[in-house]
Design a protein around this ligand. Structure first.
Ligand SMILES: [Fe+2]
Length: 212
């Protein structure tokens, strides 16, 4: 399930990048970064990853280390810095209230800004043990609400344009995968895609994304 999510995130990011004028090779590289964007979660303990209740502050801090851990793993693999910085900054927010570094606006690498929107859209439209998949209209509304607070408004506009102009833009969900899991393993997905969307006023819209 997490692999499928990462694959879809990579594909959405790749399509966005092509729409924004990136070369095929650059867009493919971004797809690969999408595939490994949550690599750092492999080093987060199961007691946190499998926890179905709200995370404590300390557990949340540990979870929010996954971009740094992922970047370190990639540095150890001696990959191009493009992959490292895309993974490292994929939870930064346009208003500077993301993590792990609090970079703001165009300080955040464009690759990471693209990946963030792709990641959030797939989380919103995916079924999770703690939430139903949102409709396209509802997901669109959430992206708009987070535009200029959590997300680069230019990327959101591009994504919504792709949604409007290409009926086959959205990727199929393997909803059967969830029902095939045992109840115990289903809870393991609860923290797989913790994403925060903020509206400009600063309120947190976590209800549909994660049980708080
Ligand atoms: Fe992540």
């Amino acid at each position: 399930m997490t692999y499928d999510h990462s694959r879809r995130v990579g594909t959405y990011a790749q399509r966005l990048a092509r729409y924004l004028g990136w070369s095929r090779r650059e867009a493919r590289d971004l797809a690969l970064a999408g595939l490994v964007h949550d690599l750092g979660k492999t080093w987060i303990g199961n007691d946190i990853l499998l926890k179905s209740d709200k995370l404590s502050d300390e557990e949340r801090r540990q979870m929010e280390r996954h971009p740094i851990i992922g970047a370190r793993i990639l540095i150890g693999c001696d990959v191009h810095p493009f992959y490292v910085e895309t993974v490292l900054y994929h939870h930064e927010a346009w208003d500077g209230r993301g993590y792990p570094t609090g970079l703001k606006g165009e300080e955040i690498p464009l690759s990471a800004r693209i990946l963030t929107v792709a990641d959030v859209f797939d989380v919103l439209t995916s079924q999770r043990p703690y939430k139903a998949a949102l409709s396209l209209d509802a997901a669109r509304e959430r992206l708009l609400q987070g535009s200029a607070a959590s997300f680069d408004p230019m990327i959101v506009r591009a994504f919504l344009t792709l949604l409007d102009e290409y009926p086959n833009f959205t990727l199929p969900q393997r909803s059967n995968a969830l029902s095939a899991l045992s109840p115990g393993s289903a809870t393991s997905l609860a923290h797989a895609d913790d994403v925060i969307i903020r509206v400009p006023a600063g309120a947190t819209l976590m209800g549909a994304l994660h049980p708080r």
